[in-house]
Design a binder for this molecule. Structure first.
Ligand code: 5GP
Length: 177
């Protein structure tokens, strides 16, 4: 029995994740032919997704990270977002692909896109592993999407519950949710 079996139920297994990420990588490779791409991974949730996605893309890719924290009023995000770790390189003239774990209300991505636009990149697109449309509060650009999921609190493959469960190789749901 693994440490998480009692608490977490599988929603998207590791093989399904792997196969979908390979497809996303192929699509991104085709769309950016002849260009260099900067992946901007949003910490900490997207780190596993970003490293797998990067290896599924057959193009010269550079990796950057950005950390954001949103203020929560209870379980709801307030939409107020703060940068806790900023990019280390100028983005002027770069083709940016923002890599995110999940778009829920969309407020974090809205903030990020406004922030990145101010750095005058050549282009900005968004790749999210998961979308939870039930809770959307604002319409955000999603150019590449792994899976659309129902309104459940998910963990694993980078996503946490109180900083735990990020290292699960699949997307799961808390049994006690
Ligand atoms: P948004 O601003 O779109 O509401 O929220 C985005 C962030 O909220 C995600 O990057 C993630 O950190 C967190 N989040 C939203 N839904 C979930 C969920 O189901 N599970 C986990 N672990 N985090 C979530």
């Amino acid at each position: 029995m693994a440490f998480f079996d009692r608490d977490v139920e599988v929603m998207i297994d590791a093989e399904t994740l792997r196969a979908r990420i390979v497809e996303l990588g192929r699509q991104i490779t085709a769309d950016y032919q002849g260009q260099e791409l900067t992946l901007v991974g949003i910490m900490k949730g997207s780190i596993f997704f970003m490293t797998d996605l990067a290896r599924a893309i057959d193009l010269p890719v550079t990796l950057e990270l950005m950390g954001v924290s949103s203020y929560h009023g209870g379980t709801e995000t307030t939409g107020e977002v703060r940068i806790s770790f900023d990019l280390t390189k100028p983005m002027h003239g770069k083709h940016i692909l923002v890599v995110e774990d999940i778009i829920d209300t969309g407020l974090t991505m809205k903030f990020l896109l406004e922030n990145l636009a101010a750095r005058h990149p050549a282009s900005v697109k968004v790749c999210t592993l998961l979308e939870k449309p039930a809770r959307a509060k604002t319409k955000v650009q999603m150019d590449y999407k792994g899976f659309v999921i129902e309104d459940r609190f998910v963990v694993g493959y980078g996503l946490d519950y109180g900083e735990k469960y990020r290292n699960l190789p699949f997307i799961g749901v808390m049994r006690t949710e």
